[in-house]
Design a protein around this ligand. Structure first.
Ligand code: NAD
Length: 353
C-alpha cells in the first residue's frame, strides 16, 4: 500500500525517538512491499521560534492531506513560561481538537525483563497487558469553569453527553473484541450524575457487543486493583480525568515512561500517534532516549490508521525480541549496568525485524 505520513518530531528528544520510529517504518515498508511517504512539519517550541505559532497553518494543511500523524514531543525550558501567550503544548491541544481526536488509546504492558524497574513484586506483573481508552475531548477538562484570582471560590464542571460516551465506548468495545474480550468501565456513579450517565450509556452500547464481558469499577477501587491485580485487566475505558490519572498510575507497570506508546483516534480518518513521554530536556541530544514508546506508536499507526495488523505485530515482536536479547537504553538498564545508545537500540530492533 501507499501511505502518506506527516512527521512532527517537535522538541527535545522528540526528533531522536521519531527518527528511530521512521527507520522501523522504512524497514517494514521494504519487507512488506509498501510505500510510505514522509513529510516533516513543525509543532511546539521549534514552531514558535520559526513562525510564532505552536501549530502553524502549513502543519495543519500537511496533516489534513495525510493518512496519519506521528509526533515526537513538545516543550522545554526555553518555552516554559506558564503566562506566555503562546506555549508549545497549545500545538498539541489544537491538533487534537482540529481532528476531533476523542479517544486516547494507551497500551501498558509489563516486560518480565524490566520487572526490577517497577516497585511491584515480579509475580504481580506476570501477564500484565492493559489497553486504556481515555475520553480525550470532554469532561471536566473542557467543562464550564469559573476562576478569578480574587474570588473565594472556583469551580469546574464534569459534563458528558450520551453521544460523547457512546463514541468512546464503541472504540473500547471494538478494541476488546480484538483482544481478550473484556472491558472494564471506570466511573464514580455512586456520587456523580455525569458518571451515572456514563455507566448507563456504556451498558446500552454493550448491547451491540454481546461477545465482550463488561464490568464496572468505581475509580477509587480501580486505583487499588491496578496495583494489587493488574493482570486481571484487559481494556479499560474511562473519562478524560479518570483516564488521565489511571493511565499514568499504570505506566509504572511498564518500567519506564520511555516504553509507552499512544494513539489518539477520532471521527475522521486521521489518527495521531505519539509516545506518552515528554521532550525530556535533561537527556536531549545525548543519545540516551529510549525510542520504544515512539516505535510502538508507529506500530499502533500501522494497526489503526493503515489497517496493517501483521506489520504492527511484527514491530511489537521485534521490540520484544530486542529486549529479550538484552538491548537496554539507560532508563531500563540495570542499576550501575551498561547500556546502549538510542541508535544502537534502534539497530537492535531493526535487526530483530
Ligand atoms: P518528560 O516525560 O519529558 O520526562 C520525565 C522523565 O522521564 C525525565 O527524567 C526524562 O529524562 C525521562 N524520560 C522521558 N522520556 C524518556 C525516554 N524516551 N527515554 C528515557 N527517559 C525518558 O516529562 P517532564 O520532564 O515533566 O517534561 C519535560 C517537557 O516535556 C516539558 O516542557 C513538558 O511540558 C513537556 N511534555 C510534553 C509532552 C508531550 O509532548 N506529549 C508530554 C509531557 C511533557
Amino acid at each position: 500500500m501507499k501511505a502518506s505520513i506527516v512527521l512532527l518530531p517537535g522538541d527535545g528528544i522528540g526528533p531522536e525517538v521519531t527518527s528511530a520510529a521512521v527507520a522501523v517504518l522504512q524497514k517494514i515498508a521494504s519487507r512488506f512491499g509498501h510505500e510510505f511517504l514522509f513529510q516533516d512539519a513543525l509543532i511546539g517550541g521549534g514552531a514558535i521560534d520559526a513562525t510564532g505559532s505552536a501549530l502553524p497553518d502549513e502543519t495543519l494543511r500537511a496533516a489534513e492531506g495525510s493518512d496519519a500523524i506521528l509526533l515526537g514531543a513538545v516543550g522545554g525550558p526555553k518555552w516554559d513560561n506558564p503566562t506566555a501567550a503562546v506555549r508549545p503544548e497549545q500545538g498539541l491541544l489544537k491538533i487534537r481538537k482540529h481532528f476531533d481526536l476523542y479517544a486516547n488509546l494507551r497500551p501498558v504492558k509489563a516486560y518480565p525483563a524490566l520487572a526490577a524497574h517497577t516497585p511491584l513484586r515480579p509475580e504481580l506483573l506476570e501477564g500484565v497487558d492493559i489497553l486504556f481508552v481515555r475520553e480525550l475531548t470532554g469532561g471536566m477538562y473542557f467543562g464550564e469553569r469559573k476562576e478569578q484570582g480574587d474570588d473565594d471560590f472556583a469551580y469546574d464542571t464534569e459534563y458528558y453527553s450520551v453521544t460523547e460516551v457512546e463514541r468512546v465506548a464503541h472504540i473500547a468495545f471494538r478494541a476488546a473484541q480484538g483482544r481478550r474480550r473484556k472491558l472494564t468501565s471506570v466511573d464514580k456513579a455512586n456520587v456523580l450524575a455525569a458518571m451515572r450517565l456514563w455507566r448507563r450509556t456504556v451498558v446500552k452500547v454493550h448491547e451491540d457487543y454481546a461477545d465482550v464481558a463488561l464490568d464496572h469499577v468505581l475509580v477509587d477501587a480501580c486505583t487499588m486493583h491496578l496495583i494489587t491485580r493488574p493482570a486481571s485487566f484487559d481494556v479499560v475505558v474511562a473519562s478524560n480525568m479518570f483516564g488521565d490519572i489511571l493511565s499514568d498510575e499504570a505506566s509504572v507497570l511498564a518500567g519506564s515512561l520511555g516504553m509507552l506508546p499512544s494513539a489518539s483516534l477520532g471521527a475522521g480518518k486521521i489518527g495521531l500517534y505519539e509516545p506518552v513521554h515528554g521532550s525530556a530536556p535533561d537527556i536531549a541530544g545525548q543519545g540516551k532516549a529510549n525510542p520504544t514508546g515512539a516505535i510502538l506508536s508507529a506500530a499502533m499507526m500501522l494497526r489503526y490508521s493503515l489497517k496493517l495488523e501483521a506489520e504492527a505485530a511484527a514491530v511489537e515482536r521485534a521490540v520484544d525480541a530486542a529486549l529479550a536479547s538484552g538491548a537496554r537504553t539507560a532508563d531500563i538498564a540495570p542499576r550501575g549496568g551498561s547500556y546502549i545508545s538510542t541508535q544502537e537500540y534502534q539497530a537492535a530492533v531493526l535487526s530483530a525485524l
